[in-house]
Ligand binder design. Structure first.
Ligand SMILES: [Cu+2]
Length: 143
């Protein structure tokens, strides 16, 4: 191997290291911060959704409801939604992991969020159609 080839190899190894180090940050970036309860949020150009808590979040279980509509504004229940709740300030302490929303009889997506202590909370939402991720969003609240 020539000196130049070694230099080149070293350069690419360093580059790879920095790319790998930056990856987790990018994964985090992919969650769009959600504007707020009751606001219409676009999922690409084919769907939109609105989210709402059944009551003002407090200690204990609160039901989070998501209503999905197609581009004509008609209610749609063909997507799969998961929610991962936890405290951003205490990573790993209360994370629920990806929990699938259930459809209620009105065709809305619902899931319980278990708020076990006061502080900052977040729910990461992932919307899938036929196992393909369409949208990732994060909603935050404090109690
Ligand atoms: Cu905590």
């Amino acid at each position: 191997m020539t000196f130049f080839q070694k230099q080149l190899l070293c350069f690419f190894a360093t580059l790879l290291f920095f790319v790998a180090a930056a990856l987790p940050l990018h994964a985090e970036d992919k969650y769009e911060p959600l504007p707020g309860e009751g606001k219409k949020i676009a999922i690409g150009s084919d769907y939109s959704f609105v989210y709402k808590f059944a009551q003002k979040p407090q200690l204990g279980i609160t039901i989070l409801k998501v209503e999905v509509a197609d581009k004509d504004g008609k209610k749609d229940s063909s997507l799969k939604i998961t929610g991962d709740s936890g405290m951003p300030s205490m990573p790993g302490h209360h994370d629920s992991g990806e929990v699938a929303f259930k459809l209620n009889k009105e065709g809305d997506y619902v899931t319980p969020v278990d708020v076990v202590m006061p502080g900052d909370w977040a729910v990461k939402l992932v919307f899938r159609k036929d196992d393909k991720v369409l949208y990732r969003g994060i909603l935050k609240f404090d109690i």
